[in-house]
Ligand binder design. Sequence first.
Ligand code: GLN
Length: 554
Amino acid sequence: MQKNLNETKYIFITGGVLSSLGKGIAAASIATLLKNTGLKVSMLKADPYINVDPGTMSPLEHGEVFVTDDGAETDLDLGHYERFLDESLSQDNNFTTGRVYSSVIEKERRGDYLGKTIQVIPHIVGEIVGRIKKAGEGRDILIVEIGGTVGDIEGLPFLEAIRALRIEVGRKRAMNIHLTLVPFIKVAGELKTKPTQHSVGELRRIGISPDMIICRAEQPLNRELKDKIAASCGVERNCVIESIDSASIYQVPLAFYNQDVLTPIAEILNLGELKLDMRNWDSLVKRIIAPTKETTIAFVGKYVDLKESYKSLTESIIHAGASLDARVNLKWIDSEKIEPSNVEELLKDVGGVLVAGGFGERGVSGKIEAIKYARENGVPYLGICLGMQLALIEFARNVLRLEDANSVEFKPECVNPIIYLIDSFIDAHGQTQIRTHQSPVGGTMRLGAYACDVKPGSLLSQIYGGAKSVKERHRHRYEANPKYRAEFEANGLIVSGESDGLIEAVELSSPAAGAKNSHPWFVGVQFHPEFTSRLTNPNPVVLGFIKASLGNPK
Ligand code: GLN
């Protein structure tokens, strides 16, 4: 069903009234429908904030930092795009004001502008236009989401860029979709369209007329209300689309499909007749909403109140649940509250224990306590990044009885550095091929996708369907110290994944092998499996973990 256009067409998505209306989900939903018709679709998120990338932003404030294959630290919306589209994006698919200004300033310092005065128009706007075009190269459709809300001062150059680009490419090659809020006012007992009208008025003032309005609302909009919005905002009647609060974000493409959203898009962009089949997506969504099986996972972390910072992981668990026809309840456990005296009470009724990635020492002792409980009681355990590092520390302390076993992240001078700095590793082993990025707050991060060799016959190999090598994404500063490898392995904790001598995955041997300290399902991975999980293609490690938890009789 491959359908090729010979030029890139653009759909620009702006937001009005307030932030957090789900512009990213709306954009990804439209992209999903278009991709399903056989078109080559990509997405771009343009963020008006000044940070060069979100890598240094607190997850408490900004949610998760998403990592692409090529090692870019991006906005979490890119994660949604990948999860919906089932495509890997790159650093070209997200940029910020900070990034735009730094490249313009760099060019200015190099003398590229031949003595000209550098201004927002044309230089900054030109840089934005250039980056949008680059992200669309080789694609039929590029969906561009402009972060923030219309009316924000810092958003102006971005809006000017999409206005200018539409004029440059012509009307049949670009369209504007504006997402707004239609609030329900209790005392009046009705939905109100005025904020939408004002927001469109604001867009018009800067020269952008929307072709389609997506209305976020708590309740459905009747025909009369939609017609009122169409008339007052100057769009066709079939171009007012509602987006009602739904139980799952994955319902949104289906809700748009049922409103026939592609018909006006195809008309505006001259795409011809579009055919699509959403049956597979529909059946996955049904299994998210009303599955037949159920399990509970203990999610042990320190950001328990900030679930946004684990977005990819919680979504990957939903994907695994949909694939296994299971509801996966998450029992959020604040690791700072876990002690030897209450660990059993907290974990005795869960199907599995999950310790996710994290930075800093706060909450570490509670996580180690939870890992010990899972290891000793045969509870399925998945440790991701810090969760793998702590599994090694727990084993070193409680099984190998190594004195003062720790990570140099928490105790630089510890006697047994089970986990140590990538930098020292590079020095000691000359592993200069490791791609690391100097972070502005000091230290070096290993970022992006790396191939990992999987040990034949291991649980990890079974998880990946016998694959000899897999590619997963990283975001960390420390590594497992190979000096202790033989001792770990002699005691049943084996290395099942490695990459150029780096320890990428560990597991406890299966009870069938008759080894010491065996366990039915205990896996630690240095990479983040959640970053490559998609609704239609769940990550094997997360899937294997949820499957094991479903099989746990607790
Ligand atoms: N803090 C650890 C490191 O930097 C783990 C990082 C993570 O879990 N993402 O290596």
